[in-house]
Every structure is written in structure tokens, then in C-alpha cells.
Design a protein around this ligand. Structure first.
Ligand code: SF4
Ligand code: SF4
Length: 229
């Protein structure tokens, strides 16, 4: 482990800079046979830790949907920009301690998978899976991370590093949030049936709707109707 309480210092710094939550998980989370996505080790083979940083998104951005799509999209991008600045400072902090760090893009940013990998629409690795293992929340039927404090109304970024930070001690939650049973509002509201009761997401339907129909603005209706916030 890095000495000098670096894990605690890193968390304190991220919170002081304006994150609403932070979680850390080690590389082993992505070695489980349950995980089928791309792995962060493909980006950084000697990666030891994933540091998740997140902010909550103001409720007004959701409440004004669908008319307020431009405002919603702009607010999401403001959250992304905020996280980028914070993550840059945190990455520099890690490097001052003698390790290396790089910042992964969030899915909807201009460098995220919605743009960079239009063929598979898969991220370089799942922030949500890392967050689940860091104890930040679990999954909803809308395929989003449901955090304890803010539900799905959040934005995240992630730092990959070879620093072997202390993993968060977590009580592992069930993979799917219990409240989803008997709700299914996100599935009913989706205008293009991208979500199913079997737990499948048709990413291409969601992406085509946002890029081809909404001209690149975000939809967000499956977040708006989710009561978990
Ligand atoms: S809208 Fe309902 S079913 Fe969908 S994620 Fe939220 S709680 Fe779960
Ligand atoms: S963002 Fe819109 S289109 Fe995409 S899954 Fe949610 S409700 Fe459906």
C-alpha cells in the first residue's frame, strides 16, 4: 500500500475539490467471470486501482424533461467538465506520490464510447461495475448505477492508476436494486423500447434515438421517472 495515508488524503482532496462521492476498487474486480465488458487492464496492464469520482446532477435538469432536453444535456456536460477538472488535480496528486494515473472519459462525453466506439457502444471498462464493487450503489433496470444518496442522478469519471490504494470496505449490495421489483417505470417510459423486463438494454436503440432523432441531445427519460433519488 502507498504509505503516508495517501488513500485517505486522496479522498479528502477529491471531496474538498467538489466531488459528492468517491470510491476505490482494485483490479481483481474485473477478473471475475461474471464481468463480460472491456477491462481497464487493456488500457493500463499494470493497473492496480480504479478511483471513481462522482457528482450529483441538479434535479431541475430532470424535472424539466422532455422539453428541457437542451438544458439537461448542457447540465450533464457541466458535470462532466467539473469532474474533468477535479480528476486532473487528483491524477496530478497521485503522480506526485510516485505513481502514474490517467483519466477515463465518461460515456456521454465527446471522448466516451457513445462517440468513440459507435460499433459496439461499449466503454473501455464499466464505471458502473467498478462503482458497484466500491460499494457506491447497485444497478437499476435502467442499466444505470443507483447510488445510495442520489439514485441515478449522477455523473462519474474514473482514474486508472498503478497505485495500490486501499479498497473500500464494502457490504456487497444485491446486483439489482430491490426497489426495481414491481416498478419498471423506466422500461415503460422509454420511447424506443431500449430497456426490457428481462434486464437487456438495446444500446443501439438508445444511441440512434439520441443521435438521429434528438440531434445529439440526451433523452434522460429513464432517469426522470426513477423514484430512487
Ligand atoms: S425506474 Fe423503477 S425499475 Fe427503473 S431503475 Fe428506477 S426503480 Fe428500478
Ligand atoms: S435514455 Fe431514453 S432512449 Fe435511452 S434507455 Fe433511457 S429512456 Fe430509453
Amino acid at each position: 500500500m502507498p504509505g503516508d495515508n495517501i488513500t485517505e488524503n486522496l479522498k479528502d482532496m477529491a471531496l474538498e475539490l467538489g466531488t459528492d462521492f468517491i470510491g476505490i476498487t482494485g483490479s481483481s474486480a474485473f477478473q471475475s467471470s461474471d464481468y463480460v465488458g472491456n477491462k481497464p487492464q487493456d488500457v493500463m496492464p499494470d493497473m492496480k486501482s480504479v478511483v471513481i469520482l462522482g457528482v450529483s446532477v441538479p434535479n431541475g435538469a430532470f424535472d424539466t424533461l422532455p422539453k428541457g432536453r437542451a438544458e439537461y444535456t448542457n447540465t450533464l456536460m457541466a458535470a462532466t467538465a467539473t469532474l474533468r477538472v477535479i480528476a486532473f488535480q487528483v491524477a496530478k496528486f497521485i503522480e506526485r506520490k510516485g505513481y502514474k494515473a490517467t483519466i477515463a472519459p465518461s460515456e456521454g462525453s465527446e471522448f466516451g464510447y457513445w462517440y468513440a466506439d459507435r460499433e459496439t457502444l461499449k466503454a473501455d471498462f464499466s464505471f458502473k461495475y467498478a462503482s458497484y464493487h466500491a460499494g457506491l450503489g447497485n444497478f437499476g433496470m435502467n442499466h444505470l448505477l443507483i447510488t445510495k444518496d442520489f439514485g441515478p442522478r449522477i455523473r462519474m469519471t474514473a482514474i486508472l492508476t498503478d497505485a495500490p490504494f486501499e479498497d473500500d470496505e464494502v457490504i456487497q449490495l444485491p446486483l439489482i436494486n430491490d426497489a426495481c421489483r414491481g416498478c419498471m417505470k423506466c422500461i415503460e417510459i422509454c420511447p424506443v423500447d431500449a430497456l426490457t423486463e428481462e434486464g437487456v438494454i438495446h444500446r443501439e436503440k438508445c444511441a440512434e434515438y439520441m443521435f438521429d432523432v434528438l440531434g445529439g441531445l440526451r433523452c434522460g427519460m429513464c432517469l426522470k421517472v426513477c423514484p430512487l433519488y
